[in-house]
Design a protein around this ligand. Structure first.
Ligand code: PEP
Length: 249
């Protein structure tokens, strides 16, 4: 039985006060939720304040990125050690916005995933095809390649701490959603890829989220598909009521 995980990716939004205001509302409205994991991913500057605010609650803390070294001369970067120190549990890596605006490669995503796991943090690894790739019939090929490269060298026992987010790039922030059947089909293909790389056992426990314009109106339809284990939510996670409705699908 895979526990659904719903994570809110706040991206480059919210000041510290705004972040605290949002998380206080969520703490109250989601306090009785027990059968699914709830994660919020504020910007780096709000992480510490949000960490303090959610102490003792059922909301977990995620970061939106990290570097793979522990410390050193890497101006502007934040390490897994630093994130762990303030109570971060999950870290989103390989988000399509990082891959496209900041030229992050699968090799870099793989290094980050390994560094996070080594420090006891849990990567949420994003994969997904662009519209061009989809229209060229390359979805399967692209997603399989990303999974192979991003998980390269990760040991079977470490997969318990890995979450994959299937996010078709054309569905992110566009209001367009993959149909639930289509999302389920690609996620099933990701599970088959895990089976090929590891075994049936690992494939059956690894959690795979869907991401891309998830909103209260489509959450239940998507989240009740057999292979979909939760959602990575961008835009709708900035609104307390919308995120509450998605979590409570
Ligand atoms: C995301 O940023 O991971 C995302 C899925 O965004 P949105 O929900 O806004 O499409």
């Amino acid at each position: 039985m895979r526990t659904p995980i719903i994570a809110g990716n706040w991206k480059m939004n919210k000041t510290v006060d705004e972040a605290l205001d949002l998380v206080r509302k969520l703490k109250e409205s989601l306090k009785d939720v027990k059968d699914r994991e709830i994660v919020v991913c504020p910007s780096f500057v709000a992480l510490y304040a949000v960490a303090k605010e959610i102490e003792g609650s059922n909301i977990k803390l995620g970061a939106q990125n990290c570097y793979y070294e522990d410390n050193g001369a890497y101006t502007g970067e934040v390490s897994p050690v630093m994130l762990k120190d303030i109570g971060v549990e999950y870290v989103v890596i390989g988000h399509s916005e990082r891959r496209s605006y900041f030229a992050e490669s699968d090799d870099l995503v793989n290094k980050k995933a390994k560094a996070l796991l080594k420090k006891g943090l849990k990567p949420i690894i994003c994969v997904g095809e662009s519209l061009e790739q989809r229209e060229a019939g390359e979805t399967e090929n692209i997603v399989r390649k990303q999974v192979f490269r991003d998980l390269d060298g990760i040991e079977p026992y470490q997969l318990n701490d890995v979450v994959i987010a299937y996010e078709p790039i054309w569905a992110i922030g566009t209001g367009k959603t993959a149909t639930s059947e289509e999302a389920n089909r690609v996620i099933s293909l990701i599970r088959d890829t895990i089976k090929e790389m590891y075994s049936e056992k690992e494939a059956s426990v690894l959690r795979i989220q869907y991401g891309g314009s998830v909103k209260p109106e489509n959450a239940t339809e998507l989240m009740t598909q057999s292979e979909i284990d939760g959602a990575l939510v961008g835009g709708a996670s900035l609104d307390a009521e919308a995120f509450e409705a998605i979590v409570k699908f």
